[in-house]
Design a protein around this ligand. Structure first.
Ligand code: MG
Ligand code: ZN
Length: 372
């Protein structure tokens, strides 16, 4: 794709120029800048976790549909091995910070996140199979010095710029140590909240904001019958957010790939990766139809030192582990759509944020997004 850098000479001489808008559109009418970005994070998903989808599950993996692949370096500001809070803050704000930090810099001061950057113009969504106040989603809308401040994070969600969310975590809103009911607070701030099922509300329009809180803490494991929550919530978010003509930012997390790694449970990992790959299909199908959507897939770190080793023979794969924690492995990045080529190469995890901004042109200019 062509990325015009300057107004052409003929444009200057002939005064037949179309609007500036035309410089963002290729000859085939496809945008060279994405209007929408979908960032999908497989928590704890290293190369072996991705590899598992190529040996388990039906059909060709959706991972195969991405034309551009890169690798990121994931160390946090103080630690060689990152946690999910520092890892997600690198993606949400382009900021290296310490392990445990949610939307704050290494000095604990707040840093603007991408959902805040675009909130005046675009719509935003968050989906996770953990609780919605867990480190990865929290780092996109909250600012606290420690990831364990779940109740503070829940309070910040009510006043955040998020328009759609789905995941677990009712206990942090409704059964709090301070006795406050933040489900009521969410309603006061324009949210329609469902704590019973993932079902599309009537009059599903941008007039309202929507939240689905479907478990006390994390959602059930795939092995325990979570079903199609993640792909269905992603489809629902896309149906909702794509109503915004100015565009949207959506973060989708396969949270429990990490938990399978901590448990050193290969079957847990494999089932969670299959579910995540199915969700990639939902995002890619939307992006293919839409033509103006950048899809980026990556992970905060690898978990478990997971390997697929030979068992009795070379055709018998056995999951093995070198740790119950995280590792400093380089992490794969997959990209599709306008600007996807920027994501090739090897770079820091903060580059995910930088490249999303470079691709989209989303920039702060006073209180509005400059390119819109
Ligand atoms: Mg996570
Ligand atoms: Zn972890």
């Amino acid at each position: 794709m062509i990325r015009p850098l300057i107004i052409s000479l003929s444009c200057l001489l002939l005064a037949q120029c179309q609007s500036q808008e035309s410089t963002n559109t290729s000859a085939r009418g496809e945008s060279t800048r994405p209007k929408n970005i979908i960032l999908l994070i497989g928590d704890g998903m290293g190369v072996t976790q991705v590899t598992s989808r190529f040996y388990y599950g039906e059909g060709e993996p959706n991972f195969s549909r991405f034309p551009y692949v890169g690798l990121i370096k994931t160390s946090s500001s103080r630690e060689k091995i990152t946690d999910s809070a520092a890892g997600a803050t690198a993606f949400s704000a382009g900021q290296k910070t310490y392990n445990g930090a949610i939307g704050v810099k290494d000095d604990s001061t707040s840093v603007e996140t991408i959902t805040e950057l675009v909130s005046d113009e675009l719509s935003t969504g968050m989906i996770a199979t953990s609780s919605i106040v867990h480190a990865t989603p929290a780092s996109f809308y909250a600012h606290v010095p420690a990831r364990s401040q779940y109740e503070d994070i829940a309070a910040q969600l009510t006043t955040s710029s998020i328009d759609f969310f789905a995941g677990g975590g009712t206990q942090f809103f409704a059964e709090r140590t301070d006795g406050l009911n933040y489900l009521d607070s969410l309603a006061d701030h324009g949210f329609t909240i469902d704590t019973t099922q993932l079902q599309q509300p009537e009059n599903f329009s941008m007039e309202r904001k929507y939240g689905f809180l479907l478990a006390p803490d994390g959602m059930p494991r795939m092995l325990d019958g979570r079903g199609d929550f993640l792909p269905q919530a992603t489809q629902m978010a896309l149906d909702y957010l794509s109503q915004d003509e100015d565009g949207f930012f959506l973060m989708v997390e396969g949270s429990q790939i990490d938990w399978g790694g901590h448990a050193n449970d290969a079957e847990y990992i494999i089932e969670e990766v299959k579910d995540f790959d199915k969700t990639l299909g939902v995002a890619l199908d939307f992006a293919e139809r839409d033509g103006n959507t950048l899809v980026v897939v990556t992970a905060d770190h690898e978990t478990g030192g997971f390997a697929l080793s030979s068992g009795d023979n070379y055709n018998n794969l056995v999951g093995t582990f070198s740790t119950g924690g995280h590792t400093p492995d380089l992490i794969p990045v997959f990209a599709y759509g306008p600007g996807a080529e920027l994501f090739a190469g090897i770079y820091e995890n903060t580059g995910i944020y930088d490249k999303m901004i470079e691709a989209s042109g989303w920039k702060k200019n006073d209180s509005s997004v400059a390119s819109r």
